[in-house]
Design a protein around this ligand. Structure first.
Ligand code: SF4
Length: 340
């Protein structure tokens, strides 16, 4: 669970029940600074001596606000729309996509006007009828660490559980899923777990759940009948990589229930970076050991018009062969969505 160092309440957010509950929960804790804003000058309350401390202080800040624009972003290819429940994340993964997205103070922000957000989701669902509309709940965040006091996922899962044509999915690197297990999801929410080898997690994914805790949480979700998927990402080639990824998949396959209602899905993504991301990472984590030597990579233009440094073709082929073979051998009811 994310215990922030400071909580900033935007003015209008305090009218909502969820904000009052958060205030009651944390106000007696003398280690947490509570700030109630009178203006929208939020950032001045987050200390910012230099880039690293801006990053760290931002990561320790929770903002409770409201979602003002109810125009949802599209979320292709994984869903039709983003479902804005939370933005930002307490984790400090060196290669996090949020590092370049959230600016120099990457605070966690939760939206108190959840009913407005779900009503808007319903409008989008109605517009696309009779087709199914899929919403992604983790496009700009990891929503699990704040779930114990926002209950946003719980409400969203129940909403989609009773929806005929709306579906929900989110991805996490955390394990705090117990409060979601007994909900009436009706198989309409897919929980994906982002997993990796312990070597990779320990080296680069600071303040996230361990490999085994994520596996344990995924098993609980599968046992509770949720469709479950695994995002194995980012894949790194390093000494013993095949042994360690094999061990990870073996552990998973030995623990997943036999009688899965839905095929377990795999999305396998090899490590890649843009020059902007690399520069940003090295500013925030100057000691980073992430392999980002441009000479060892291939430059590839992506669908969004900017280029990325990916592993050379022979390495990608090796990754593909390895994962296809291992997953085929280890899992029965499964679907490999893509390997890139
Ligand atoms: Fe980013 Fe996910 Fe790590 Fe959070 S857990 S810092 S969202 S990669």
């Amino acid at each position: 669970m994310f215990i922030p160092k400071r909580i900033i309440f935007e003015k209008e957010a305090l009218e909502y029940e969820i904000s009052k509950e958060i205030l009651t929960k944390f106000k007696e804790n003398s280690n947490i600074e509570i700030i109630k804003l009178n203006s929208n000058r939020l950032k001045q309350h987050i200390p910012d001596n230099e880039l690293f401390s801006q990053y760290i202080e931002g990561k320790k800040t929770l903002v409770v606000g409201t979602k003002k624009s109810l125009k949802f972003q599209s979320c292709k290819p994984s869903a039709h729309y983003q479902l804005p429940l939370v933005s930002g994340c307490m984790g400090q993964c060196e290669y996090c996509y949020l590092n370049t997205k959230l600016g120099d103070k990457p605070f966690v922000k939760i939206y108190a006007n959840l009913d407005d957000i779900l009503n808007q989701a319903q409008k989008y669902i109605d517009e696309r009828l009779p087709d199914i509309t899929i919403f992604e709940g983790a496009a700009t965040s990891d929503p699990i660490p704040v779930e114990p006091y926002t209950h946003s996922l719980e409400k969203a899962i129940k909403f989609f559980g009773s929806s005929k044509s709306g579906r929900f999915r989110f991805v996490t690197k955390y394990n705090d899923v117990d409060s979601l297990l007994k909900l009436e999801h009706n198989g309409h929410t897919e929980i994906r777990f982002s997993i990796n080898t312990s070597s990779v997690i320990n080296k680069y994914e600071h303040f996230t759940a361990s490999r085994d805790k994520r596996i344990e949480a995924s098993i609980k979700a599968a046992q509770s009948g949720y469709p479950v998927g695994f995002l194995v990402a980012p894949i790194f080639i390093y000494p013993n990589w095949k042994e360690e990824y094999h061990d990870l998949l073996l552990e998973l396959s030995s623990k997943l229930p036999e009688n899965l209602q839905f095929p377990v899905t795999f999305e396998i993504i090899s490590h890649r970076y843009t020059t902007i991301a690399k520069n940003r990472i090295l500013q925030v984590f100057p000691e980073s050991q992430l392999p980002m030597n441009d000479e060892e990579r291939k430059f590839k233009y992506g669908q969004f018009g900017y280029g990325k440094y990916v592993y050379p073709k022979e390495s990608i082929d090796e990754i593909k062969q390895f994962f296809i073979k291992d997953i085929e051998e280890l899992f029965r009811n499964k679907e490999i969505k893509y390997i890139i």
